[in-house]
Design a protein around this ligand. Sequence first.
Ligand SMILES: [Zn+2]
Length: 319
Amino acid sequence: MNENEYLQQVATLAGLQHYPQQGPWGRKSGSAVGTRDGYMTAVGFSRNREGARVVILLRFKKIEQPELVKSAVKSAAIKKGKLGAVGNNFLRWEWKYSFTKPKPEEVAKLAEELRTAIKPVTMGFDGRCEQCASASTPSLTLMNGLPTFICAGCQENVRHELNQAAVNYEAITPNYPNGLVLGIGAAALGGLAWGLVAYAINYIFLYGAILIGYFVAGGVLKGTGKVTRLGQIIIPILTIASVLFGDAIFYTLIVMKHQHVPFSGKLLNAIVVHLVDIESKGSGVLSLLFGLVGAGYALYSARKPKFQAVFQPLGAPNA
Ligand SMILES: [Zn+2]
């Protein structure tokens, strides 16, 4: 049974409706969505590095203490799957599987069990907008894929607020000196750690470069206060410099060990001067490559934040 047929079945069994291409998980198979006793219920597939999961999302009226929801499902002692997350208006339950999908009947039953478990401590929606709690809002709207009860007026407000957030972000004056100082600091520390670890395990590894990339990007962005073109140029340069600096530390430690000489600035300097020579004989190309991958990750993590809300009616994926 493919994902589409599967979700179709789950929808039928759980009293929901299947919407291909729509819903929170951004997959072609979409999700089964509906409201039962006022509780928004969405079921879909989600895949990540850890494997495949069937996810059940329940949403309810905002509450003050999400802890209550957590303890309610805990004391219900539900056997299938496990708690993914709880927020002040949602519960996410995840059922991991490796080859065979869980039976649709069991997933439908699980959704009901979860709803029953949280009913004593939560309230379902009542046909009004969940933001302003006044405008009549009988049908669900997807906000960036998430099914919500939101009236036209509140949709407009959300759009307006996000636009304002984007304008405010643009208005931040980037502090480049700060960014450079923090970026160089991060690169120096990262390089030192890279060199020491490489020496300790006698091996240069890829994750180190990626970590350095993140570290440097974090430093530069904290300093400048926002993502800018110049920052995006500085980050990979500092990342590569940091990896090379780490290599210099690594080779310095090697020389110290084999020649039985103490650390000195002179020695480090000599290594740095001859780094190109040394690198071309050793694993320099590999280091540089790792550095570039690290820089790539760093740039990816340092994208501009998105200030956008897309509202879409259920059942109209191209609207
Ligand atoms: Zn509203």
